[in-house]
Design a protein. Structure first.
Lengths: 245, 254
């Protein structure tokens, strides 16, 4: 391994640790919210009654999670499995940041409407529901939901059954700014890229954020990558470092 | 084609529209988008004026102005009294009484210009989408093409068709192109699907949507761009044909 390669590897590993630290509050906030929701469902179960909206409305976890994630989160909420709340097929309790306060997100759930917001079909919901592991999905333009370019983090909520997901929409703009700040400490060319080859942030105009790389970055290929280190946690992200063009 | 209104020349766009869009216009526009996209459903009661004003961060006065605009566009009805409030009124479908006069009053130049703008947005969004779409975007594009195929009412066709075009902009990962496309669809889609003149072939549009979805799935930028361009050109042709039919002088041979 050459000196440059060793340096690249070092840089990539250091940035990965920082990115993990950046994502830690997201995970912590969502897990705490998940625990409160599970508790509310257990309480209703032991009373032998179905869960209704009033059981969830005042949970402090929604706003505690907002507090932990600060301006990274544009929204935090709970998305119910079919029948979980009020016996409804679809149920969502989602708090959007609006100026200094929060507003509840309204969505269209008319089942036979063409533009129904059918989250049961959304990847962030499906992966969390089916594999029962947390996901960080995106980035994507969520025009039918919150109207922002976001990531969605989702943590499955289950007691003896699957109840739904605790989730957060994270601003791509804020996340990119933080990631770019980290990447700027690298002298070589560096980027954060998702499993679908999409560029999240880079310390050079060589890669455009939101565009996809021609091929997954791998050391020793034509693209000049020296080191590629997966971020892990709930992401399919990697930090990749290349020799300057 | 008699159009005797004095032409104000190249300054027309500036004279016709105030360069400063007030806050009320912005709020009205956001609400209109939400209604046309179906985020607010038909008959749904809007939050109180105070609540809404807080949500948008505007004064109650500004909000009332925005609601007045929506009432004028017949997208909201306000009822007074105990069970009063403002309610969403989603159009059941394109209303020929509103749309045909609009199509008649536009000049071919204006229609062509609208087509130019659609083309600039949609063709480029299609090219970008081919380079950037996620697997979810691709799945939704095919699903929306299928929804258009299965739609039985004009209203559902308008929705499925415009949602397809909006999804292309979403696949381009661009908030701005998405927003532009939403506005353009609000202006264009109903005119396009209005049941008048020569019938618009649903199958042909579905086939073009499928082709574009496939080009985006294949990451084939050139094909995506040229298919989108053809699609916009065909749409413009239909609008010009309708316009000419509407303005045909009486007793003309054609």
């Amino acid at each position: 391994m050459s000196d440059t390669q060793a340096m690249a590897r070092n840089d990539a590993e250091r940035i990965v640790a920082e990115v993990r630290a950046l994502l830690a509050p997201v995970q912590a906030g969502l897990e705490a919210l998940r625990d409160e929701i599970v508790e509310a469902f257990r309480a209703a179960d032991s009373d032998g009654r179905p869960v209704v909206e009033a059981d969830l409305l005042d949970l402090p976890g929604f706003f505690a999670a907002h507090g932990l994630m600060q301006d990274v989160a544009v929204g935090v909420g709970f998305v119910g499995a079919p029948g979980a709340v009020n016996g409804q097929d679809r149920y969502i309790l989602w708090w959007q940041r609006r100026g200094d306060g929060f507003a509840r997100l309204r969505l269209n759930f008319e089942p036979d409407s063409v533009d129904v917001y059918d989250y049961h079909e959304m990847d962030w919901y499906k992966v969390a529901a089916e594999s029962s592991r947390p996901v960080l999905y995106g980035p994507y333009v969520d025009y039918s939901g919150s109207g922002h370019y976001v990531f969605t983090g989702a943590v499955p909520v289950r007691s003896d059954r699957f109840i739904g997901i605790a989730g957060a929409d994270l601003s791509v703009t804020v996340m990119e700014r933080r990631l770019t700040g980290l990447l700027r400490t690298v002298d070589l060319d560096a980027l954060v890229v998702t499993g679908e080859r999409r560029v999240l942030a880079a310390n050079t105009p060589r890669w455009v954020v939101g565009a996809k790389l021609q091929a997954p970055p791998s050391p020793g290929g034509d693209a000049g990558f020296l080191a590629v280190v997966p971020v892990g946690l709930d992401t399919d992200w990697s930090v990749a470092v290349a020799s300057p063009e | 084609m008699a159009n005797d209104i004095a032409d104000p020349g190249p300054l027309a766009p500036m004279l016709g529209r105030p360069s400063y869009r007030g806050r009320a216009d912005e709020v009205a526009q956001r609400l209109e988008e939400a209604i046309l996209l179906g985020l607010l459903s038909d008959g749904e009661q809007l939050p109180t004026e105070i609540e809404l004003a807080n949500q948008f961060g505007v004064s109650p006065m500004t909000l009332r102005e925005a609601l007045a605009q929506l009432r004028e566009r017949r997208l909201v009805v306000t009822r007074r009294g105990r069970s009063g409030g403002s309610f969403v009124r989603r159009p059941a479908g394109p209303d020929p009484d509103q749309i045909l006069p609009r199509l008649r009053s536009m000049s071919v130049t204006q229609l062509r210009d609208l087509g130019d703008e659609v083309s600039a947005i949609h063709v480029h969004a299609s090219r970008l989408a081919a380079g950037r779409a996620s697997p979810t975007n691709v799945r939704r594009l095919f699903a929306l093409a299928e929804q258009l195929h299965k739609a039985t009412s004009v209203r559902d066709r308008v929705r499925a068709d415009s949602r397809f075009n909006i999804e292309v902009a979403m696949a381009a990962q661009s908030e701005r192109l998405t927003r532009r496309q939403v506005l353009l669809q609000a202006e264009l889609a109903e005119m396009l699907w209005i049941p008048a003149g020569e019938e618009l072939s649903v199958d042909a549009v579905v086939e073009r949507h499928h082709g574009l979805a496939k080009a985006i799935a294949d990451e084939d930028e050139a094909t995506a761009g040229s298919l989108a361009e053809q699609d916009v050109a065909l749409r413009l042709r239909r609008l010009i044909r309708l316009h000419l039919d509407l303005t045909e002088p009486e007793g003309s041979a054609r």
